[in-house]
Design a protein around this ligand. Sequence first.
Ligand code: 5AD
Ligand code: SF4
Length: 450
Amino acid sequence: MKKVFVKSYGCQMNVYDAERMADVLAPQGFAETAAIEEADLIILNTCHIRERAAEKVYSELGRVRQVKRARQAKGHETKVVVAGCVAQAEGREIVRRAPVVDVVVGPQSYHRLPDLVARAQRGGAVIDTEFPVEDKFAHLPAVRGRGVTAFLTIQEGCDKFCTFCVVPYTRGAEMSRPVVKVVAEAERLAWAGIREITLIGQNVNAYHGEGIDGRAWSLGRLLHRIAAIPGVERLRYTTSHPRDMDEALIAAHRDLPALMPYLHLPVQAGSDRILAAMNRRHTRDEYRRIVDEVRAARPDIALSSDFIVGFPGETDADFEDTMRLVAEIGFASAFSFKYSSRPGTPGAELAEQVPEPLKAERLARLQALLETQRQAFNRGTIGRIVSVLLEKPGRHPGQLAGKSPYLQAVQIETDRHRPGDIIPVRIVRVGSNSLFGEPADRQAPMTAAA
Ligand code: 5AD
Ligand code: SF4
């Protein structure tokens, strides 16, 4: 049996794609391994969103070269694949900079991996960064469940063209998978024991897949259909654009118990001037109104966001607007980044780039505020009973690790439960990255075994 090692960078979409790459290679006799030294095929599934992401790939390729050499010395051949968005953006340049690479494959053509690897085995580097007309999903084998939670891609690409972002160029135009395909995949996952499904897409709430009735279905409608699948206990979706938070989706947060009270809704900045320069197509007040509506539908919802500091032209006053917006809304978690100029995006053409030290200073201030809010949110769960989906063994023997509805990591001492159970847990303590709790079910788990 040959072995494949896949390392993924970046977003959840890449995590999903990485698993699907392993799925597409399985019929070719490749088993997944977590040990790079024993891999006949090494795949780096790359991210291009920020500069350092691509640099990490090149330094990782340095290490891969050593592994390949060491294996060669023992008489083993190794093929190296660079997949994902760096592959899409850089193409042949990757092979020029890192000749250790045998295959470069973009996110829209990885269903062709078996053929590409076979061609590389015959000699020479193989590059495939096309956006093929055939549907990638139609060429992928049926999905396999792994563990108790899964990502499910329902939408890919983006038509929003925020001026800082490479996604519309690397992932291409926005497209939604048809409802029947999504439902079939969700059913398979449920049969395989998956309890929680996260629907993913670069702009997931722009979803408008063809429905069973031939009409375009919105994400809100799709969520209702998937929640009806037996075994699907929990649903999430990510990543959303504020402009696409429609009424049906907001109502789903009120009406669907399976839809977890967590929303990742990037705002990026709190200044109207910067929001306009970013081409976000909404104002800070519009964002606040959406948040109010979501909170009216689901008062306990945990809000999360992405922020960029130091977008070209961002003044002190603009940055203070971001700080104020954060203070006004209160986030349970967030990701924040220094603006990084991406070649080919309109942002890269702007003259007034913010000096690096100023970006660093702003980022530190923003992150300190967000961290305070995160801790306050976590502390707010102390003493409460929350339902926890147990996912895997915890840090220490006798512990299981799982997630609260608010996507907080929870560690639980228990010998009565197993991964896949959803149990009520009393939160007793908050650590820096996880909550600690004890089972609040005295007898049996809340859910029957799958
Ligand atoms: N510079 C910094 N951060 C960026 N992001 C996207 N593009 C850039 C960039 N050029 C951030 C945004 C997005 C998240 C996935 O990455 O905040 O929501
Ligand atoms: Fe990028 Fe998201 Fe904007 Fe699309 S909506 S361009 S993926 S930041």
